[in-house]
Design a protein around this ligand. Structure first.
Ligand code: GRF
Length: 226
């Protein structure tokens, strides 16, 4: 990507199903100019999703496409695809979109659909993963932003955040701790894309231009000292 392109706001299409706190975090990152992007369209498959209200308050165009009106996943995705293309979206963001995408969408946007998952993939793919992490007794969990492929929660990993899991954690406590980090890393992943710094190589994502010193600390839980 040339310097000129990276100076251009990235056109986003955002898909939601629920409260839209990740959408809000992206709107806020754009507002703070940490992310050079423009949300062209927010699509929800549920009319009551509060994320729609967040989008409206930010002056973003919204659309409800109820999946129940379509005979197949492919038919639904074709409709969504037509809207995203009409909105000239360059990158599609799944911000709590609770539906699997078919190959119709994935082939139309290869390595151009990002999702966020509230666990450290490849551990705990699927649903109810915060509960599963607490019950399994893992010492750390977190969240993962990845490029969507045809496998469920299986695509190339862009960025992860790690949070500790404490012995007395409830599912909700862990979910809240993870969500706070989701709000930080999603817009960062989008910014790296906008800056042309993500290169997919097989199942790995290479992040160009990382400083040698930009390494994360080792985490141990419970700490060695206690
Ligand atoms: C988040 O936990 C995200 O990881 C998952 O769905 C939830 C969406 O929350 N994919 P919100 O709608 O962004 O508040």
């Amino acid at each position: 990507m040339s310097e000129d392109q990276s100076a251009t706001p990235l056109r986003l299409g955002v898909l939601i199903s629920g409260s839209g706190t990740n959408l809000q975090a992206i709107i806020d990152a754009i507002g703070r100019r940490e992310l050079k992007a423009e949300i062209r369209l927010v699509i929800s498959n549920r009319a009551g999703a509060y994320g729609l209200e967040r989008a409206r308050q930010a002056g973003i165009r919204t659309l409800v496409i109820d999946h129940r009106g379509f005979p197949s996943r492919e038919a639904y995705d074709s409709q969504m695809l037509a809207e995203l293309k009409a909105a000239e979206a360059e990158l599609v963001i799944l911000a709590g979109f609770m539906r699997l995408l078919s190959s119709v969408m994935i082939r139309a946007f290869p390595n151009r659909i990002m999702n966020i998952h509230p666990a450290l993939l490849p551990s705990f793919p699927g649903l109810h993963v915060q509960k599963a992490a607490v019950e399994h007794g893992v010492r750390f969990s977190g969240c993962t932003v990845f490029f969507v492929t045809e496998g469920v929660d299986d695509g190339p990993i862009i960025i992860q955040a790690v949070v500790p899991v404490y012995p007395d954690d409830s599912e909700d406590a862990l979910a809240a701790r993870i969500l706070a980090q989701e709000h930080r890393i999603f817009s960062r992943a989008i910014a790296l894309f906008q800056e042309g710094r993500l290169e997919v190589s097989g199942r790995r994502v290479l992040v160009k231009g990382l400083e040698a010193s930009a390494t994360a600390p080792v985490l141990i839980n419970p700490p060695l000292s206690s």
